[in-house]
Write a protein that binds this ligand. Sequence first.
Ligand code: VGL
Length: 193
Amino acid sequence: MERDAALLIVDLQNDFCPGGALPVWEGDKIVAPLNRAIAVFRREGLPILASRDWHPVVTRHFKEYGGIWPAHCVRNTPGARFHPDLHLPSDVTIITKGNDPEEDSYSAFDGTTADGLLLAKFLKARGIEKLYLGGLATDYCVKATALAGLMLGKKVAILLDAIAGVDLTPGESAQALEAMRRGGGVLIRAGEL
Ligand code: VGL
């Protein structure tokens, strides 16, 4: 693995998994491959980051207030917690996004660390040039994060067996993969790590 790489797990939260408020079909199936990826990054001593949607009760992101989504990942609720089977290490860097009631904040690059550092600044400070991405959802937050990272000049690899999509309109996840590939992203499997 490249020494300037990090693993970024996008929004693997209860509300995006079966039984949650905005479930992604088989969203929990990616937990096992992501745990294997976590083990690889830990073994290599490389950073592990996890983004989370962290919305206020009232936000324009939700249907009730003008958005397109049912309420989900309201901060400090069980639905906003990471999936309980995900083996996040104790030194994981959590990136929080969706705080702003005016913004959708699909991209983890809209988010900040606990110290209030924007993701791009954090990566720069740590010398991280390559992101391995997994999580939810392929056609929203994973796509937005991948494209934002590529725009910033980062290398991005998408872990095909560690993502799952909403497919609000059928085919959106396939289109998202194509957009990420076209933007310079590399599509690989977690097993190849
Ligand atoms: C997401 C829909 C709404 C995501 C977030 O994490 O991909 N999808 N909000």
